[in-house]
Design a protein around this ligand. Structure first.
Ligand SMILES: N=c1c2ncn([C@@H]3O[C@H](COP(=O)(O)OP(=O)(O)OP(=O)(O)O)[C@@H](O)[C@H]3O)c2ncn1[C@@H]1O[C@H](COP(=O)(O)O)[C@@H](O)[C@H]1O
Length: 115
C-alpha cells in the first residue's frame, strides 16, 4: 500500500485532483476552483503562471529564507502539474523520462550530443 505522505504519492494525488477539476470545470466552475479558473483563462495564462512562479523560486533561492523557498517551490510544482496536464502530459511521462536518464551523467550526455 502506498505511503500517503510519500512525495511521489502526494504529487500523484495532486495530479488526480487537478485532472478532476479540469474535467469538472463546467460543474464546479471558476467561482470555486482555482484550477478551473486558470483553465478558463487558457494555456497561455497557465504557462505565464509557471514562468512567474519559476522567477519567484529563483528570487527566494537567492534572497529568501528556506521557508520562503519551500512555498515558492510548491507553487511552481503545482502550476507545472496544471500546465503539463493541460498539454496531455502526465507525471508518469515525466518520471519515466527521469528514470530513463538515471545513471547517465549530464556531462557525458552533453558530450555525446556533438559526436
Ligand atoms: N496546491 C495548490 C495550490 N498552490 C497554489 N495555489 C493557488 O495558486 C494561486 C497563486 O497565487 P497568485 O497570487 O500567484 O495567483 P493569482 O492571484 O491568481 O494571480 P494572477 O491572477 O494575478 O496571475 C493562489 O490562488 C493559490 O491559492 C494552489 N491552488 C490549489 N492547489 C491544489 O489544487 C487543489 C484544487 O484546487 P481548486 O481548483 O482551487 O479546488 C487544491 O485542493 C490543492 O491541493
Amino acid at each position: 500500500m502506498p505511503n500517503p505522505t510519500d512525495p511521489t504519492t502526494i504529487l500523484s494525488r495532486l495530479e488526480a485532483t487537478i485532472a478532476a477539476r479540469r474535467a469538472g470545470a463546467s460543474v464546479s466552475g471558476p467561482e470555486s476552483s482555482y484550477v478551473a479558473r486558470l483553465h478558463a483563462k487558457g494555456r497561455g495564462k497557465i504557462a505565464q503562471k509557471v514562468g512567474e512562479e519559476a522567477t519567484e523560486v529563483v528570487i527566494a533561492a537567492l534572497t529568501g529564507a528556506p521557508e520562503a523557498l519551500v512555498g515558492e517551490a510548491a507553487d511552481l510544482l503545482f502550476h507545472l502539474l496544471v500546465l503539463i496536464g493541460d498539454c496531455g502530459v502526465s507525471l508518469a511521462d515525466v518520471t519515466a523520462e527521469l528514470e530513463r536518464r538515471e545513471g547517465i551523467s549530464g556531462i557525458a550526455e552533453k558530450a555525446s550530443r556533438s559526436s
